[in-house]
Ligand binder design. Structure first.
Ligand code: G4P
Length: 533
């Protein structure tokens, strides 16, 4: 192990923000980047997003529906730490990308709207984090508006997510009478800054270190009634909430809670300081063969997301790769484990808030982009030569199945190629029926159909139609005895299709159809998902 590697690892914080649409994720992201010096003026994340959207044709769906379909990565420095913030799409009809993005982070920030508490999308994303015991810091946003009682909010997090909660700060007033917060970790009064430039990095809150509530400085800023109320509430907090326990937080069993207002740039610095101090450094990663420690000298990495046409001018495809160990350098030759072939990292990219640039080096926890022509797939491992297969990159049962046809029947072959590529990318599942050679596409969220239709039209120039089918589900056929599998396939050819990798799939018409097959063929496995590996 070398010192600079261990040092770089200890300074990395790779995280995502999870929230329901409108809770304030974009606004908070912007303020985090502002503090990190990655952008100069608040407002740029959105402005940049709009510019990018305007440039990219297939993102029309995004524009029309006002949602962000593609997730991205932003790297910035704050204090001693380098933060990699992975964006997750927040709309309800999300796709598998969101889940996969969460496999590449070490912690998450959960943003709640103080008036609304936990909303459906927050809960879904939280459940994914819980599956991997991802530690979560909570940011309760929009305290400048009329909000729910802070105790009720804490209670909701505790009860409905089954998480212990420890407030990191405590709000003084709310809505129009929101004065600021009391810092519970390092006694201080942090007042909403009503003067000066609130959008400057440190501008949202004025921090006044104090020894405790009886410090005369407190009375200089708060009225006697405000102090009395705060005193009472802090006593209740002490009585009701456990003290902060970092081990519990790291195990995903406790969440520290920050109150603030992203729009007013309030509470953001405290949140960042909190993440620097307590959020985990890159975690060890599980593979089928062994657990990889980030401080190992040899480079290991896995692909968690593929994005095509990030820049339509270049028609490129970028594999987002999470580094798990070692010191990565541009020009390195790594083994692409699935194909067994070496790959030279000529042009790795680093994603900064405003741009992407060539990555000369990167460390565990960092995300790099590798432009490629389709040879990198989700779940692929890149190593220094070792045969490793990462586990835990989820693949999902396609719950919605539709038939896809080209408007021009002469384009059927081209459509097949497009679907195969999109399936390799992980954007959808594509199946070709053995009878009739029809293409069926399976997704987990209905919106994916729109995105796919748009991409097939713009990236492959094939206008297509999606049509409903009578199909209930697709199951990959596996099991020990090839002769029995062949017998099943031969006997059910009308319900058999092949996926993009030519693996056989059973297309069930309804629950009964599937059940019947399972009962009649007990030695055959009908798998809801296909391993990415
Ligand atoms: P999202 O990415 O989670 O979907 O939320 P986003 O940041 O876009 O915020 C949703 C709306 O909530 C925005 O208002 C934003 O200005 C507002 N907002 C965010 N943080 C706060 C806060 O601390 N206090 C208050 N009062 N509002 C906040 P909008 O009107 O929908 O958009 P915009 O026109 O302001 O951009």
């Amino acid at each position: 192990m070398n010192g600079s590697l261990a040092d770089a690892v200890s300074r990395r914080r790779t995280f995502a923000i999870i929230s329901h649409p409108d809770a304030g994720k974009t606004t908070l992201t912007e303020k985090l980047l502002l503090h990190g010096g990655a952008i100069q003026l608040a407002g740029e994340v959105k402005a940049r997003g709009d510019r990018r959207r305007a440039r990219s044709d297939w993102m029309k769906v995004e524009r029309e529906r006002g949602i962000s379909v593609a997730s991205s990565v932003m790297t910035y420095d704050y204090g001693d730490c380098t933060f990699n913030l992975l964006d997750t799409p927040g709309h309800e009809d999300f796709s598998e990308d969101t889940y996969r993005t969460l496999t590449a982070v070490d912690s998450a920030v959960m943003v709640l709207d103080a008036a609304k508490g936990i909303e459906p999308q927050t809960r879904k994303l939280f459940e994914v984090c819980r599956l991997r015991d991802v530690p979560i810091v909570t940011f309760i946003n929009k305290l400048d508006r009329e909000s729910q009682d802070p105790f009720n909010l804490l209670d909701e997090v505790e009860q409905s997510l089954a998480l212990n909660v420890t407030p990191a700060n405590w709000p003084i007033g709310m809505g129009r009478s929101f004065r600021g917060c009391w810092d519970l970790f390092e006694p201080a009064l942090v007042l909403v800054n009503r003067e000066g430039n609130r959008q400057a990095a440190g501008g949202g809150g004025r921090r006044i270190p104090v020894s405790g509530l009886d410090d005369p400085a407190v009375a200089e800023h708060l009225t006697a009634a405000e102090i009395a109320e705060l005193r009472e509430q802090l006593e209740m907090v002490q009585g009701l909430c456990p003290p902060f326990d970092r081990e519990e937080y790291l195990a995903g069993a406790l969440t520290p809670v920050y109150f603030g207002s992203a729009l007013n740039n309030f509470g953001v610095r405290e949140l960042l300081d909190g993440l620097s101090g307590m959020a985990p450094q890159p975690r060890p990663q599980a593979t089928r063969e062994r657990t990889i420690q980030p401080e190992e000298d040899k480079v290991t990495a896995f692909v968690f997301k593929i994005q095509a046409n990030m820049d339509p001018k270049h028609r490129d495809r970028i594999a987002f790769v999470r580094l798990c160990s070692g010191h990565f350098r541009r020009g390195m030759r790594l083994k692409h484990v699935r194909s067994g072939k070496p790959m030279v990292m000529h042009n790795p990219l680093l994603f900064l808030a405003q741009d992407r640039e060539r990555a000369e080096e990167a460390w565990p926890g960092d995300i790099i982009g590798i432009p490629n022509h389709g040879n990198l797939h989700i779940g692929d491992a890149l190593t220094d030569g070792e045969e490793l297969h990462f586990t835990g990159i989820p693949s999902f049962a396609p719950e919605l199945l539709q038939r896809v046809r080209p408007d021009d029947p002469m384009k059927a072959k081209h459509l097949g190629r497009a679907l195969t590529q999109l399936a390799e990318e992980g954007a959808a599942r594509a199946f070709r029926t053995r009878l009739g050679s029809q293409w069926i596409v399976g997704v987990v969220g209905a919106l994916q159909f729109d995105v796919l239709a748009d991409r097939i039209r713009t990236e492959y120039e094939i206008p297509v139609r999606f049509e409903p089918t009578e199909l209930y589900t697709a199951r990959w056929i596996a099991g020990g005895d090839p002769a029995r599998i062949k017998a099943f396939i031969d006997g059910n050819s009308a319900a058999i299709a092949d996926d993009h990798a030519e693996d056989p799939v059973f297309m069930a018409r309804n629950a009964w159809h599937l059940e019947r097959a399972q009962t009649d063929w007990p030695e055959i496995e009908f798998r809801a998902t296909k391993e990415q590996l």
